[in-house]
Design a protein around this ligand. Structure first.
Ligand SMILES: [Fe+2]
Ligand SMILES: [Fe+2]
Length: 354
């Protein structure tokens, strides 16, 4: 994509922003040959929640409806859409059906990532009927994409402790959750990943989608993947790897070796940062400058969207946040990591409303 086109692209994205909150990401890939440039959109964590009959929690519905509508308006049009997981709140058939019905308004091919809120009621059985396999890979215009189910856990926890799936889901759905169990990709899937990556050229850009971060941030809230290091080791031989994840409902970013990590916003609600809630030493990657989120009474507070461009394999994140300071996290070639172009090493003062 040429500079002029890119400028127009940003301009058109910004002009849509004027319409309001955009809880969606548009990702521009600008690898190698110009004819291979393309974009895809990323929507995550809608937590569609059933009340009873045909009633669902209004605000969560609205976040997803808006994201879908904005995605349909995007210019350039994304080649496909990734849904980052937690489509449902408690994984029930009405929630998944309703979520899929809202998603069906999308005009693009959509690929799904499994979230723990989709999974722990029936271990992904109904979700699979709707969306297909829980992990898979695909190639698109010179990029190798991998989708993992990173929210599995120990068999003993999954199978031997609960009177039924509802009880199991109720426990795993909590945030501050002493009876939960750490998420993991697991041996079977790691074996599959190893085999899948063996056929990929080491210079091919690799993009991985997981629901939980493939890094260890805070175990108490499952901002954590137990076998993160083993998964990272499988990705190590590749020149450029980007991991995009949902689940944390907040801005996080990190660099571990050759792998850049970026979280995406939720369409539903923001989670607090572990450091602010627990009043403990920050559990976040040192690199991450936390968002300032001062307004819990604004229902779209700390939701938003980001445009992601990956120039020559490194991701730059342009965050457009509702009623909050815009941010750009750009890959700094000198330091070899993503950094906030304005706030790195600083704190962000309370947000200004306008
Ligand atoms: Fe979530
Ligand atoms: Fe989640």
């Amino acid at each position: 994509m040429s500079t002029i086109n890119r400028r127009d692209f940003i301009k058109s994205a910004s002009s849509v922003l004027v319409a309001g909150v955009l809880p969606v990401s548009l990702i521009e890939l600008a690898f190698a040959k110009s004819e291979q440039n393309f974009t895809f959109a990323y929507i995550s964590d809608s937590h569609i929640q059933h009340i009873k009959g045909s009633k669902f929690v209004r605000n969560w519905d609205r976040g997803l409806i808006r994201a879908v509508a904005e995605t349909n308006l995007m210019d350039p049009k994304p080649d496909f859409v990734i849904y980052g997981g937690d489509l449902a709140q408690l994984g029930s058939k009405p929630e998944l059906d309703h979520g899929m019905e809202l998603m069906s308004a999308l005009r693009y091919d959509t690929k799904y990532v499994m979230g723990e809120h989709d999974y722990y009621l029936d271990l992904g059985e109904y979700w699979e009927k709707l969306n297909g396999p829980q992990y898979y890979s695909f190639d698109h215009k010179g990029v190798h994409f991998v989708v993992l189910n990173s929210i599995l856990t120990y068999d003993d926890w999954t199978h031997n402790r609960w009177k039924d799936g509802e009880e199991r889901m109720g426990v795993m759905a909590g945030l501050d959750n002493p009876n939960g169990s750490p998420f993991m990709v697991g041996k079977k899937q790691r074996k599959w990943l190893k085999k899948d990556l063996a056929r990929v050229n080491r210079n091919t850009p690799v993009v991985v989608f997981s629901h939980s971060p493939l890094q260890k941030i805070f175990k108490g809230w499952n901002f954590w993947t137990e076998d993160a290091e083993q998964v990272q080791a499988l990705l190590k031989p590749f020149k450029k790897v980007n991991v995009f994840y949902g689940h944390v409902h907040q801005i996080q970013y990190n660099q571990i070796g050759n792998i850049s990590f970026h979280s995406a916003m939720a369409t539903a609600w923001p989670w607090p940062y572990p450091s602010t809630y627990k009043q403990a030493v920050s559990h976040l990657p040192k690199l991450t400058v936390e968002m300032n989120r001062a307004d819990p009474f604004f229902e779209r507070d700390a939701t938003g969207w980001q445009m992601i461009d990956i120039h020559s394999g490194n991701a730059d994140m342009h965050y457009a946040l509702a009623n909050n300071t815009r941010r750009t996290l750009a890959f700094n070639k000198k330091t070899g990591r993503p950094e906030d172009t304005k706030y790195q090493g600083k704190i962000i003062l309370p947000q200004q409303h306008y």
